[in-house]
Design a protein around this ligand. Sequence first.
Ligand code: DGL
Length: 274
Amino acid sequence: MSGPVIGVFDSGFGGLTVLRALVERLPQAEFVFLGDTARLPYGSKSQRTIARYAAESARFLVERQGAKSLVIACNTASALALDAIEAAVPVPVIGVIEPGAEAAAGQTKTGDVMVMATEATVASHAYAAACQRRGLHGIEKACPLLVPLVEEGWTDHAVTEQVVRIYLDEMLAEARAAGQQPDALVLGCTHYPLLRPVLERTVPPGVTVIDSAEATAQRVAIAMAGQAESRAAEAAGMPRIRCFATDSVAKFERLGSRFLGRPVGTVELIDLGG
Ligand code: DGL
């Protein structure tokens, strides 16, 4: 007997950090992960293009792989394409922005929350809006150099530490000039959890680093709790993970395990068009 099929989507393989948290919470589920590596990065593209790419990816997971729910493990797609995805597929869709903001609300005492993200996510102000809905003030910073550094595998490199420091210093200076006292930093991009050690070393004392992966997995687990299918799957044993990518399968297999925390196995190449 197989468990409920949960589709997990990212523009690349950074979303495997979310899948990792999901597997820990829902070990009986069956996961289908798609990384749209051919069209990465989404973070520097327009809303229209991101929405089209994300909707095509969502349809692949639901119509061709049988996903019964979708986790959008990509901040950029969650910020700019959640409506388009919901319109494209008839299954529940959970993004990472709201869980990230919720986790920040649970941590901050000052109410001033910093968010590092891609250019598109920052331009959408999705995090600022999600913070505002919780009575918090979101301070957003586009960090376009960080995804390529992670993709290069430079997660603990002196150059990366320097770049992180510059982005953080700029954001803190802006916040302090506006009289804010940020005490939380949300990792608003699924690549950034791999930079967590560097970020933890770089943030000022008293600032908590928040990864939306864990909060997202928690929300999915709550949404799935009590589903008959989920209970029936308890006899099924280990989670089953199938990974698909639109390009760079070898790179996905090589680097993906660092994000997932275990070997990703064979990654299947698919073509979603241009
Ligand atoms: N997955 C994207 C995000 O979480 C980062 C990579 C990209 O720009 O496509 O925002």
